[in-house]
Write a protein that binds this ligand. Structure first.
Ligand code: PLP
Length: 408
């Protein structure tokens, strides 16, 4: 098998990722990028430099090193804003997408939901885009509706249109499903939300690594993603919220850095985004996050998308031709292929594949309601990154054949 697209930069990129070899120096067929992506040397270097010769705190030092670090940290915020087409004052650094959703739920949600209000989620959401809404619904008396999926496992926006009422305050949808790779028609979801006066939150964890994202074009009100899935470090992510919404949101965590003036009688808060960043931030991580999006942009998300789409097509065609394999998700899935092999638990498949240096994810993928809907306890999931190749696909297919032989 070989890729027909001419993308030399992508095909050379494997060497940029020291994590793609085993301890013995053999090729490691890493097919779990949807869980977390491997890091290019540029990110490892940026992180090490920020923790090493450049290291100092931000926002409060009077010495030159701290002032420089503050400039670098705020430049990283501008870079992340630019990456998704937002304004720099609209980016809040968080610990990741999970914290970003919890921030919106506990700040905007607590301030805006009242008994009888409704929140529309979908059947395919990650637990991070379910549980925070359940928690805030319990505290406010709001109620949750669940949008079903189409036959090919996309969020069914016709059904959403029929469900939505003036009581709905929020639609919170995965832009791309972490299990199925289904891509949401976000502009339509935004129109549906806005038609009833609701807001749209997009969980962008699986879209930011796989396709160009522009929040203005998507039409959403909130967009969240995690750095570690776009080849950056763990421990940092971003919330983008439309400026006027962010400005009106109350602070959620209190502490240093998020204040204007503190007295025992009354505390006033800094303007957004600082109002939402209590405590010493993840300084080196922010700088390495910016290095990661620089790296991604030098390759180009259009190229990455086309490259991964070719791999998805290839793998789905091979698996689709096997009569003991069930495929989940749509044909145009973004970088992700979930499947089941008859008579073999995904964990057993994952363990046997590991012996051949093929790493897939097996389990419920933090999407138990979706597993219930699919009628399976777990799936096997192969997910691609920009460094993935047809060699990885071949190794996976060989591993499946071997598993079949072992299980008779
Ligand atoms: C769709 C989706 N949403 C949310 C998350 C949570 O991201 P994090 O654990 O980085 O906060 C993930 C990570 O697996 C994801 O894939």
């Amino acid at each position: 098998m070989s890729l027909t697209i001419d993308q030399p930069r992508i095909l050379d990129s494997r060497a940029d990722f020291p994590g793609l070899v085993t301890g013995e120096g053999a090729a490691w067929h890493y097919l779990d990028s949807a869980a977390t992506a491997q890091k290019p040397r540029a990110v490892i270097h940026a992180m090490s430099k920020a923790l090493g010769e450049d290291y100092a705190t931000v926002h409060r030092g009077v010495y030159a090193r701290s002032a420089e670090m503050t400039l670098a940290f705020e430049a990283a915020r501008r870079r992340i804003a630019q990456f998704i087409g937002g304004g720099e004052d609209e980016i809040v650094f968080t610990r990741g997408a999970t914290e970003a959703i919890n921030l919106v739920a506990n700040s905007w949600g607590l301030a805006n939901f009242k008994p009888g209000d409704r929140i529309l989620l979908s059947q395919l959401e990650h637990h991070s885009n379910i549980v925070p809404w359940q928690m805030v619904a319990e505290r406010t008396g709001a109620e949750i509706d669940v949008c079903p999926l189409t036959e090919d496992h996309q969020i069914d926006l016709d059904a959403a249109e029929a469900i939505l009422t003036e009581q709905h305050r929020l639609l919170a949808f995965g832009h791309v499903s972490n299990v199925l790779g289904s891509v949401l028609d976000a502009p339509r979801a935004a129109r549906l939300a806005h038609n009833v006066g609701a807001k749209l939150l997009l969980d962008g964890c699986q879209s930011a690594p796989h396709m160009p994202v522009n929040v203005a074009e998507l039409g959403c009100d909130f967009y969240v993603f995690s750095a570690h899935k776009v080849y950056g470090p763990t421990g940092i992510g971003a919330l983008w919220a439309r400026g006027e919404i962010l400005d009106a949101m109350p602070a959620w965590e209190g502490g240093g850095s998020m204040i204007d003036r503190v007295t025992f009688e009354k505390t006033t808060y800094a303007a957004a985004p600082q109002k939402f960043e209590a405590g010493t931030p993840a300084i080196a991580e922010a700088i390495a996050f910016a290095a990661a999006v620089d790296y991604v942009d030098t390759i180009g998300l259009d190229h990455i998308h086309a490259h991964e789409a070719a791999l998805v097509t290839q793998l789905r065609a091979e698996l689709g031709a096997m009569n003991d394999v069930t495929l989940f998700g749509p044909a145009d899935a973004a970088g992700i292929v979930s499947f089941a092999l008859d008579g073999v638990h995904p964990h057993d498949l994952g363990t046997i594949l590991d012996e051949a240096n093929v790493a897939i994810r097996a389990g419920h993928h933090c999407a138990q309601p979706l597993m219930d809907y699919l009628g399976v306890p777990a799936t096997a999931r192969a997910s691609f990154g920009l460094y993935s190749s047809d060699t990885d696909v071949d190794a996976l297919l060989e591993g499946i054949a071997r598993t079949r032989r072992i299980f008779g």
